[in-house]
Design a protein around this ligand. Sequence first.
Ligand SMILES: *Cc1c(COP(=O)(O)O)cnc(C)c1O
Length: 222
Amino acid sequence: MSIASKISEITSSLPASVRLVAVSKFHPASAVLEAYNAGQRIFGESHVQELSAKYEALPKDIQWHFIGHLQTNKVKYIVPFVALIHSVDTVKLLQEVEKQAARQGRVVPCLLEVHVALEESKFGFTIASLRTLFQQQAFANFPHIRFDGLMGMATHTADVAQVQSEFHLLSSFYAECKAQYMPSFSQLSMGMSHDYLLAIQEGSTLVRIGTSIFGERDYSQS
Ligand SMILES: *Cc1c(COP(=O)(O)O)cnc(C)c1O
């Protein structure tokens, strides 16, 4: 199946409330262009250098989403054009985005990454730590950041009940945040190629799909 037909198969199965982020990391600009010509406009990348190169090479009406771990010293390279950062995982990173966004005169939309999976990960806030931060008003002084919502990943497992319970946990916490701390929240980013249907059932508004559109990634070039 072509990239175009995979895009149209996936987008036609999504409810109106859910947008597709086509995850193009490790795939060439030509593959992005193929998806673009099929009407796709939102693309997700997880490496700053790769994202910057694709931004330069590709049409300027693409909305680039950053979905990987972001190092503070690289923030300045993507702040001028990034449409949404899904993966803000520390207050320190937020401070750097704020600083660079102020410098560039932009307001940068961000999601806070929450760690809900069983796998050990250095990345993402725990729910408990975010709750404390909200209660301490830790996100009150970021005039150049728009807090759009939360992002998370479920455990990579065939155990459907486990994945469902993690998405449910994240979704409940999202509702709590919106009701109690962040009325401006509008986006819940969860779901990848193998689990996006479960994520949608639990209330996802942004699904990040790579492999099901572009095929397996070729890491040998990196
Ligand atoms: C790579 C990646 C994806 C896409 O994963 P697929 O399994 O290829 O759909 C989604 N989210 C994040 C954070 C990723 O790094």
